[in-house]
Write a protein that binds this ligand. Structure first.
Ligand SMILES: C[S@@+](CC[C@H](N)C(=O)[O-])C[C@H]1O[C@@H](n2cnc3c(N)ncnc32)[C@H](O)[C@@H]1O
Length: 369
């Protein structure tokens, strides 16, 4: 999948990271330009640049980062043709369905291929992803992407209505993932496609509770067991650096200096007023202040606040030596959470032992489940 070279080459798909909200894929095509509010770039200028580099624009309007695609970045950058699965759901589904290197997995529908890219990486060249999509244009687009990303030996994409026509494989899949408007219509077909020599797993992705109920009913009727439902939520934290808060000693010292400063000022002003009263002038007090530049004591003019008094160097408590002002890391929850999109209903298909009325297998091989 994707280039593993150190430097960007013509024909590579790179991820252009502009801001956290603006991440997009780019197919490097000599002769083409890339323009954004962060400047103007020629594709040919990007060839030979190491992946991970920060590249300045030609017109000095900004810079971009050139990243090597990963399934996680692809999910953040891909062109949306449908609703897609995000990282929290993808990771949880992959784990619960026990998808691993060498697994044979079914997904329907392909949609924008977000889930497909992660599964393709997990199953690797020894595994297989059978992906089904009934929307012809979407299937074609996904096929082009899979080829461009070097996944054609791992992913087999079929243009097909799986609810009506079922899957193209029988008794072969280790796991099935259904992201369809009516997954219950495909549950029977999924059962046919799952292997019968060991326990297998299925997941139905449903946006609302009514659909979960229908999926659960269909799974029960088809003989699936261990049915359970999860909702995954992502809570990303953002870590930022701030100057460390002042020590208590430092704050006390600042307050003391502030008090001393105020007291000196008050005494100076009392002395000044006394002297001026003796002048016996009929010029008003504000006018006098304006002439002499004296601040108004009643309004605390000229008195610094605690926040703009200089910070004293902090002393190390053990050596009593001065140390430079330090910073601390703060972690806060990000506001925007792209996580929940649906409810995940999982179930297992455990083959009946040979000789029972529903048995579909001769002899069950030993499994690790
Ligand atoms: C929400 S999208 C799937 C998104 C995908 N999981 C992803 O992560 O990008 C659902 C897809 O299922 C397709 N679909 C709906 N009913 C189908 C059916 N009966 N057979 C095959 N595909 C179907 C739709 O055309 C749509 O592209």
């Amino acid at each position: 999948m994707w280039s593993t070279n150190r430097e960007v080459a013509a024909g590579d798909v790179v991820i252009i990271w502009q801001t956290r909200e603006l991440i997009q894929p780019l197919l490097i095509t000599p002769g083409k330009d890339f323009n954004s509010r962060f400047g103007h770039y020629r594709h040919s200028d990007l060839i030979g640049v190491p992946y991970g580099s920060k590249v300045a624009s030609r017109n000095g309007r900004g810079f971009i980062h050139l990243l090597r695609p990963t399934p996680e970045l692809w999910t953040m950058a891909l062109p949306h043709r449908t609703q897609i699965l995000y990282l929290a759901d993808i990771a949880f589904i992959t784990s619960w369905l026990d998808i691993r290197c060498g697994s044979r997995v079914i997904e329907a529908g392909t949609g924008s291929g977000s889930f497909s890219h992660s599964v393709a990486r997990t199953v690797g060249p020894r595994g297989r992803l059978f992906s089904y999509e009934f929307h012809e244009a979407r299937a074609e687009k996904a096929r082009e992407e899979f080829i461009r990303h070097g996944m054609q030996d791992i992913v087999t994409l079929t243009h097909r209505n799986v609810c009506k026509d079922g899957f193209t494989i029988e008794s072969m899949a280790d796991a099935v993932f259904l992201d369809l408007p009516a997954p219950w219509e495909a549950v029977g077909h999924a059962k046919n496609a799952l292997r019968k020599d060991r326990p297998t797993r299925i997941c139905c992705f449903s946006p609302c509770m009514e659909q979960v109920l229908r999926a659960v009913t269909a799974l029960n009727e088809a003989g699936f067991t261990d049915i359970c439902m999860y909702e995954t939520l992502l809570r990303p934290h953002e870590v930022q650096q701030f100057p460390a808060p002042l020590s208590l000693d430092n704050i006390v010292d600042k307050l003391k200096r502030l008090e001393k400063f105020r007291e000196e000022k008050r005494l100076r002003q009392i002395a000044n007023s006394k002297r001026k009263r003796e002048d016996d002038s009929d010029i008003s007090e504000p006018d006098k202040r304006a002439r002499t530049g004296e601040p108004d004591a009643t309004r605390n003019e000229g008195v610094p606040s605690i926040s703009n008094l200089p910070v004293l160097p902090v002393a190390d408590s053990e050596t009593n030596e001065e140390v430079a002002e330090t910073t601390v890391n703060w972690s806060k929850v990000c506001h925007e959470v792209r996580g929940h999109t649906s409810y995940l209903t999982f179930a297992r298909l455990v083959p009946y032992p040979a000789g029972t009325s529903n048995g579909e297998t001769e002899d069950l091989p030993a499994t690790n489940e």
